[in-house]
Design a protein around this ligand. Structure first.
Ligand SMILES: [Zn+2]
Length: 457
C-alpha cells in the first residue's frame, strides 16, 4: 500500500492518522487493522446479536417465512387465485382467521401478510438487531455470488475469457446522474462494492474509485479481480457507519443499498459519515427501494416466462391496474423478501436526507424498483449522530407466543403456496405442449386450453 494512500486513511474509531508497516495499519489508540490480499480490514461495526435468545430465533423464523411467502406467491394472481383461495381456506386449520377474511377481499394478500410479519418482527427485535438478521438472511446469496466469481476467475485464468457482465455497454441512469455533476472524474467512494462490478464501471468512466464492503469474502474476490484485470480501484473492508477516510477526501459517494436494511438511526449515522468525507461541493447519490418491489418482480417474471400468451397479458394488465407503480408509492415499512424493509417516495427520501444534505434532485428511476437522490453536504449539518452498537430490547412473553403461533400458521400457508406454484408450472408446461402439438394454434384453441387448465384444479 502506497504512502499516499495511507495518508488518506484515518482510524474509523478515533479518526487519528494511521501508519503502515506494509501488512498492518496501526493507530495511536492501540487499534490495528491488518491488510489481507491488499485489502485493509477496517470493519469496526460488528453489532452484537444474541442468537440463542427465543425472541431473536422467532424473528429469524419469521424472516425466512417472509422470503418463502414472497417467492411462492407469484402464482396467486388472477386468473388462478380464485380456486387457490378456496383451496387455502379449505385446507388451513382455522377458516375463521381474521387474516383469511381480509385475504378474501384483497388479491394482494402477500402485501397484507408481509405487514403482519413486519409488525411482529418489530416487537421481537430492535431495529439494529433486525439489520443484522437481514444480513444473515442475505448471506446465502453472497456466498453464491462469491462462488460464482471464483468459478469465473478460474475460467479467466485458464482461457482469458472475460465475464460478459463486466463488458461496458454505456453509462447507466445512475452513472449519468453522477457524470452530470462530475463530468471530469474525481475521487469516488462506492458503498457496498460487493465483488466490484459497479466500481470497475466507475473506474472505466475515469473516476478514482474507493470501494468498501463489510463482507470479507466479497472484497477478497474483488481484490483478485482488480489484480487480474489490472484495475486501480482501491478496496477496503469497512462499514459505512464508521468510515476510515480523512475528511473532505471525496468528490462523490454512491450508496446503492441505502435504507433497505439499516435502522433509521444507523442511516443517519451513515449520512453523517458521508457528509464528513465528502468535499463541500461534492455529491452523494443515494438509491432506495420502492414499495411495489415484490409485485414488480412478479410482473417481470411473468412477462419473461409467459409473456407471449394473451391470457398472461390480460393478467399482467390486471396486476398493473391493481398495483399502480407510478402513482401509489408510500413510505411504509413492509418487509421485502425477508431481507429488507423501508420503502420510500421521492418526498420521504428528500426529507430523510435533509439533515446532512442539500438535495439537488430526487426522482423515480426508469427501473421501477428504485428512487435516486443526489445531494451536496450542508456546510452546517442539522444533526450530529454518533454510531451505536446496540441497545437492550425487551419483549413480552405473550408477543413471543403470538409470533410462534403466527409462524406455524404461515408455515402451513407457505406449504400450500409451494404446492400450488409447482402445480401451476406443470399446467403451464402442459399448455405449452398442447400448443406445440397443434403447431401454430389459433387464439381460440389457446383460450380453450387455458380455460381447461385453469379450471382443472
Ligand atoms: Zn484510533
Amino acid at each position: 500500500m502506497s504512502d499516499d494512500l495511507v495518508k488518506d486513511l484515518v482510524c474509523p474509531v478515533c479518526s487519528a492518522p494511521l501508519v503502515s508497516d506494509g501488512s498492518v495499519l496501526s493507530c495511536a489508540c492501540g487499534r490495528n487493522f491488518p491488510i489481507k490480499n491488499n485489502v485493509p480490514q477496517m470493519n469496526v461495526m460488528e453489532i452484537e446479536l444474541d442468537e440463542a435468545s427465543e425472541r431473536v430465533g422467532c424473528a429469524k423464523t419469521l424472516l425466512s417465512l417472509s422470503y418463502q411467502l414472497a417467492t411462492n406467491s407469484a402464482w396467486m394472481i388472477p386468473p388462478m387465485r380464485k380456486r387457490a383461495r378456496v383451496d387455502i381456506r379449505k385446507r388451513l386449520n382455522n377458516p375463521a382467521s381474521p387474516i383469511l377474511s381480509r385475504l378474501k377481499r384483497e388479491w394482494n394478500f402477500e402485501h397484507t401478510l408481509q405487514k403482519e410479519i413486519t409488525t411482529l418482527v418489530d416487537k421481537l427485535v430492535s431495529p439494529e438487531e433486525l439489520s443484522v438478521l437481514f444480513t444473515l438472511q442475505w448471506k446465502d446469496n453472497l456466498t453464491r455470488l462469491a462462488n460464482k466469481n471464483r468459478d469465473e476467475q478460474a475460467e479467466y485464468k485458464k482461457n482469458g475469457e472475460y465475464p460478459s457482465r463486466f463488458a461496458y455497454q454505456g453509462p447507466t441512469e445512475r452513472e449519468e446522474m453522477i457524470k452530470k455533476h462530475l463530468p471530469n472524474g474525481g475521487t469516488l467512494l462506492y458503498i457496498g462494492c460487493g465483488t466490484g462490478r459497479e466500481c470497475l464501471r466507475y473506474e472505466h468512466l475515469g473516476y478514482d474509485v474507493f470501494g468498501i464492503d463489510t463482507e470479507a469474502g466479497l472484497v477478497d474476490v474483488m481484490s483478485d479481480w482488480c489484480q487480474m484485470l489490472g484495475k486501480k480501484t482501491k478496496i477496503f473492508q469497512m462499514n459505512a457507519m464508521a468510515l476510515g477516510f480523512k475528511p473532505g477526501l471525496f468528490d462523490a459517494a454512491v450508496v446503492e443499498i441505502y435504507g433497505s436494511s439499516p435502522s433509521f438511526a444507523q442511516r443517519l449515522v451513515m449520512q453523517s459519515q458521508l457528509a464528513k468525507v465528502l468535499k463541500l461541493n461534492g455529491v452523494v447519490l443515494v438509491s432506495v427501494g420502492r414499495n411495489r418491489y415484490t409485485q414488480y418482480m412478479q410482473l417481470q417474471n411473468l412477462y419473461r416466462d409467459y409473456g407471449a400468451h394473451p391470457n398472461v397479458k390480460k393478467t399482467a394488465q390486471l396486476l398493473i391496474e391493481q398495483a399502480p407503480m407510478q402513482a401509489e408509492d408510500e413510505d411504509n415499512n413492509n418487509l421485502r423478501y425477508g431481507v429488507a424493509k423501508n420503502s420510500y417516495t421521492p418526498a420521504s427520501l428528500s426529507q430523510e436526507m435533509s439533515s446532512y444534505f442539500d438535495v439537488i434532485s430526487c426522482k423515480r428511476m426508469q427501473d421501477l424498483r428504485y428512487i435516486c437522490a443526489v445531494g451536496q453536504p450542508l456546510s452546517k449539518p442539522k444533526r450530529d449522530m454518533a454510531p451505536k452498537k446496540s441497545a437492550s430490547f425487551e419483549t413480552e412473553k405473550s408477543t413471543i407466543e403470538a409470533a410462534k403461533q403466527f409462524a406455524k400458521w404461515l408455515e402451513g400457508l407457505v406449504g400450500i403456496l409451494k404446492e400450488h406454484a409447482e402445480n401451476e408450472l406443470i399446467y403451464m408446461e402442459e399448455l405449452k405442449a398442447l400448443k406445440e402439438k397443434h403447431q401454430e394454434g389459433s387464439g381460440e384453441l389457446e383460450d380453450k386450453a387455458w380455460t381447461y387448465l385453469t379450471e382443472k384444479a
